[in-house]
Design a protein around this ligand. Sequence first.
Ligand SMILES: *[C@@H]1O[C@H](CO)[C@@H](O)[C@H](O)[C@H]1NC(C)=O
Ligand SMILES: *[C@@H]1O[C@H](CO)[C@@H](O)[C@H](O)[C@H]1NC(C)=O
Length: 261
Amino acid sequence: MRSTLILLSFAILFVAFIDGAVKPVHSDKDVVPHEEQMLDVDTIFRALGVPYCMRKCIDPFINSTTSLWNMKNVVNQARKVCSQHAQAITCLKKEQFCDHLKIFSKASSSVEYMCATKHVLFERMESCLNPIVDDVMSTCDKECYSRSNLTAFAQDSNIKFAATVGGNAFIVADHLGDLCTSLQCTLPCVTKRLNNKCALSGWLSLDMLMQPFDAVSVMVEQLSPPLKDLIIKKIDKRCHFAINPNQLNRIRNGDFNAFNK
Ligand SMILES: *[C@@H]1O[C@H](CO)[C@@H](O)[C@H](O)[C@H]1NC(C)=O
Ligand SMILES: *[C@@H]1O[C@H](CO)[C@@H](O)[C@H](O)[C@H]1NC(C)=O
């Protein structure tokens, strides 16, 4: 259950973030069709064993997050994401036997945070952010290979196997390393470049993107020591930062050396 939460956080973060980076790559538009992107997400969710009752509620939201970062009108897109997120939560509340409401709200806490807390700030930055977000995302994608790593991950035969057997969190955990390496590159890249173009917007984005990890690390801290050790052993070393509150805090404060202690 808990490892599913950790992995789902990764999935949502990557879907929201990387898929945004995928689409604005202008010249590659026709090379990677939309269907293939949706297929990637679908494979990843199936590999994680996300049940149908949950997919039914969260798919429209996941769909809307993919367009958040690449649209011309960031603020309107963000509004759509916020309303889809609220709808997903409402839908999950009705699914009495689909006990995934808490997992989803934790894993998507960055969205909640943006919608509830930081929306006004993003709105103020809208006119500055709108013209530059696409370029920043595609530059960082080229620098950090986030897109090709995500594609490679979804096309990995082990991940496909996990998807066909109805999900296996341990298989997925074993294969997160490259994605975490990419994330270690992408977060500083986006933060620095956004800050350069629109004062403070990089810090605001970083803060938002760190939220699901914070939620997960707090949960991991509260586990019994043996279970905590098991999770730390199972998750790839390159992903340890994502469940360590100390490292997360330093990263949030701009100390990007903290990814590797
Ligand atoms: C996803 O969004 C697109 C437009 O952004 C829409 O055409 C499509 O029907 C949506 N798919 C689902 C499953 O909601
Ligand atoms: C994954 O990303 C790393 C850099 O973070 C890069 O060196 C590697 O080539 C990428 N792998 C794929 C399959 O794109």
